[in-house]
Design a protein around this ligand. Structure first.
Ligand SMILES: Cc1cc2nc3c(=O)[nH]c(=O)nc-3n(C[C@H](O)[C@H](O)[C@H](O)COP(=O)(O)O)c2cc1C
Length: 403
């Protein structure tokens, strides 16, 4: 988890009320991390611990991290006799993680013998369940039949993964890692009802000289990634085509990975006819090596100029394919004549809007977490002052008025 990941998911979780149910599994220690990450993302968190869970993780730890009391008893706390439904009413989302075989069975039968299962019966918020148990327990027909029932009740199952259980058995039963769980839960906070699909390319491309050498550029893919996260949250069906980058990408998007400019061009031109919107944020190399050597070129043979030639212009090719119902936002990294260059790109590449960022100025451009620039259309020029790339992504999508 890094700050960029946190900022990306803050958009989904900020000020959301999350009720975390923790049950008596060895994986209960992961609840500590879940609370910590949710709080970093700006969520308000309350925790219910079952009686068994208290053997694995202390209320004090969860209380300290959540900055809220930890709830355990069905029988209320002084001054709050309606605990058994109040927490369910309070929550925007309920996550049961880890969920034991026993709690799953209680939930499937509609029992309300503990505070957690009673709250679940009273819940209107979306419920996500993350089972954690020994692989044989997970494969048991009773557990599987309980899970089928819970899915039929509308709960979302966050399936356990294959791995070695605490007891040493190998198989499916290990709870998903906290970051993975939260990436799935974020789906509950996407806007609903949009039918539009958005294609976005991001990151650099590479040109290979031989099996060990390539050249590329400084693009981190962060601006494109921030836009992809913001678009997922805004409810678009997002397809990301990413060049080689380590930047986090939204799990809820379709992701294609490419490396060279030709691969990027092939993937974009293939997907473009199916999209309503295309955001061209990738810093595609505009020159590439003319020849690729199958063998590593020896140092003493690399002397003088290595021939390079211009690459395919993906944005121009896409602009030529564009139908009247499609929308293209181009990105331009410039060092001078920002508006003039953006207007030129708007026309030459048949874009509907161009965002131009002054790459040499502090607080803008490649690699960093900040960006600034101008959104240029035929009729308007809007300036965006230096801000976090996630905030900028959110503001850009708003400013484009795409609905
Ligand atoms: C050391 C230990 C580890 C356990 N781990 C799990 C587990 O990972 N998953 C599970 O379903 N049950 C596990 N159990 C069994 C549950 O704790 C037991 O079924 C308990 O009744 C569950 O109560 P609860 O669902 O109310 O939390 C474990 C028990 C012990 C003693």
């Amino acid at each position: 988890m890094n700050e960029f990941w946190i900022d990306a998911y803050r958009g989904f979780f900020k000020n959301r009320k999350i009720l975390l149910g923790v049950t008596g599994s060895i994986a209960a220690f992961k609840a500590v991390d879940l609370v910590r990450i949710l709080k970093k993302c700006g969520a308000e968190v309350k925790v219910i611990l079952t009686e068994s869970a208290e053997h694995f993780v202390t209320p004090l730890t969860l209380e300290t991290l959540s900055e809220n009391p930890v709830y355990q008893s069905l029988w209320g706390t002084p001054g709050s006799p309606m605990n058994h439904i109040e927490l369910a009413r309070w929550a925007d989302l309920i996550l049961v993680a880890p969920a034991t075989a026993n709690t799953l069975a209680e939930m499937a039968q509609g029992l309300g013998q503990s505070l957690l299962t009673t709250e679940l019966l009273a819940a209107k918020a979306p419920v996500f369940i993350a089972p954690a148990m020994n692989p044989t327990m997970y494969a048991h027909p009773a557990t599987q039949s309980n899970l089928s029932k819970l899915i039929s009740y509308g709960y979302t199952l966050l399936s356990p993964v294959h791995g070695t259980a605490a007891c040493g058995d190998e198989g499916v039963g290990r709870m998903m890692e906290p970051l993975d769980l939260l990436e799935h839960c974020a789906g509950a906070f996407c806007e609903k009802g949009k039918q539009k699909s958005l294609l976005i390319n991001l990151g650099p491309t590479r040109s290979y000289l031989d099996p060990v050498r390539y050249f590329t550029n400084r693009s981190s893919g962060k601006m494109g990634s921030a836009l992809a996260f913001a678009a997922v949250q805004a409810g678009y069906h997002v397809h990301v085509i990413a060049g080689p980058t380590q930047v986090p990408l939204p799990r809820l998007a379709q992701i294609s990975r490419v490396s060279t400019t030709d691969e990027m061009a092939g993937a974009v031109l293939e997907a473009f006819p199916r999209c309503d919107l295309f955001f061209s944020t990738a810093a595609v190399l505009d020159i590439e090596f003319e020849h690729y050597s199958e063998q590593k070129i020896k140092k003493d043979r690399i002397d003088g100029a290595i021939p390079v030639s211009p690459t395919v212009d993906i944005l121009k090719a896409v602009g030529e394919m564009k139908t009247k119902d499609q929308f293209i936002l181009g990105f331009a990294a410039e060092t001078e004549n920002f508006i003039q260059n953006a207007k030129k790109k708007l026309k030459n590449k048949n874009c509907d809007a161009v965002f131009v960022n002054p790459v040499q100025e502090q607080g803008s451009g490649f690699e960093g977490d900040l960006n600034a620039g101008f959104l240029v259309t035929d009729s308007k020029i809007q300036e965006f002052k230096t801000q976090n790339k996630h905030e900028l992504a959110f503001h850009l999508i708003q400013a484009l008025e795409l609905d």
